[in-house]
Design a protein around this ligand. Structure first.
Ligand SMILES: Cc1cc2nc3c(=O)[nH]c(=O)nc-3n(C[C@H](O)[C@H](O)[C@H](O)COP(=O)(O)O)c2cc1C
Length: 336
């Protein structure tokens, strides 16, 4: 690791926390972040995270067991806070002695952080505002991921560059902050490390690695795409607060607009409540992403991708991507 001495020094608190060689997390990607990609990331010195998504406790149990069989290195599990069986999923993580749990998709429900800490795991949280970040870190969150709107998948409204300026000076000294969204090269990693981040999280850059089980059609769509093709979904009904999703433009993006209109009508008719409406929207995404990632239907499925997709040009082994990112970061810091 002496080859990356400057970067490693700035990542020290992050690597101590994660137990990995490099403080580079591969953010959970539903359907993509399963045993193969997760173990490959961790074996290459990064930190892999299983995407639980809409999995049942039984499926998560099997996925953790299979991942453990492929790597002896630490990895995490990402749980979506609105999952109806969240506490059962936490029990599965407890049985496996999972070391790091990432809580994504909203404010953690009462008791969830405590339940995770009770079996000794570290809790990684997301927060869209500085005030909420402080609250979550005060109430048990061990580390924070700050994610900007350049990212693939569900996104907030603010760019990574702005969030980093807002969050890092306020939190970096006392807390562990990882930066995510739009990172494609190591020079960007170096910049965020210098601003006080202890590490970074990438998704798009790893989605098409050799070890990723994503369908060849999904990967081809990524290799062809430019930054401007990764667009955020639009909200069609002001009453239906859908979280925007960044994905490559295709027929599936249009179908999402139609889905929103359909769900808004169901609310109008009193057929469903707002909570159910939001769950239906999330199920739509999970199904559409599966169609693209697993079945290779890149017309109708969802090609969730961040703006860094333009920097993904070919299938590369995870280890090469990580080494390249570290080398770029180190070169940038050495040039300073
Ligand atoms: C295909 C895809 C699926 C994703 N699915 C999830 C998910 O299920 N849960 C989650 O917390 N984040 C999800 N994300 C976000 C990633 O974990 C990560 O934070 C993000 O990709 C980082 O930004 P980047 O894409 O600019 O590298 C997804 C991203 C992509 C590209």
């Amino acid at each position: 690791m002496t080859a990356f001495a400057k970067s490693s020094r700035l990542m020290q608190r992050g690597t101590d926390f994660l137990g990995s060689d490099y403080a580079i997390l591969c953010g959970a990607m539903s359907w993509v972040s399963e045993r193969n990609l997760v173990s490959a990331i961790s074996n290459a010195g990064g930190f892999g995270v299983i995407a639980c998504g809409a999995m049942t406790p039984e499926l998560l149990d099997a996925e953790i067991t299979a991942t453990k069989a492929l790597t002896a290195k630490p990895f995490g599990v990402n749980l979506i806070t609105m999952h109806p069986m969240l506490f059962d999923l936490i029990d599965v993580c407890a049985r496996h002695r999972v070391t790091h749990v990432v809580l994504a998709g909203g404010i953690p429900p009462k008791g969830s952080v405590e339940a995770i800490k009770a079996f000794g795991a570290k809790v990684i949280v997301f927060a869209p505002t500085l005030a909420l970040a402080k609250k979550l870190l005060r109430s048990g969150g061990d580390a924070l991921v700050v994610e900007g709107m350049e990212a693939g998948g569900h996104i907030g409204p603010v760019a990574t560059s702005v969030l980093a300026q807002e969050f890092l000076p306020a939190l970096a000294e006392e807390h562990l902050v990882f930066v995510a969204g739009g990172i494609g090269r190591g020079e960007a990693i170096a910049a965020y490390l210098e601003m006080g981040a202890v590490g970074v999280q990438l998704g798009t850059r790893f989605a098409c690695a050799v070890e990723s089980i994503a369908h060849p059609n999904f990967k081809k769509a990524f290799f062809r795409a430019n930054a401007r093709d990764a667009v955020a979904s639009v909200q069609v009904d002001p009453r239906l607060p859908v979280i925007p999703v960044r994905a490559l433009k295709n027929k599936g993006t249009e179908e999402f607009t139609a889905k929103q209109i359909e769900v808004a009508r169901l609310i109008d008719n009193g057929a469903i409540e707002m909570g159910e409406a939001q769950l239906q929207i999330e199920h739509f995404w999970a199904g559409a992403l599966r169609k693209a990632v697993i079945d290779g239907d890149v017309e109708n499925g969802s090609l969730m991708a961040g703006q860094s997709v333009g920097m993904v040009k070919e299938e590369e082994p995870v280890a090469d991507i990580i080494q390249q990112l570290m080398a770029e970061s180190e070169a940038a810091l050495t040039r300073r």
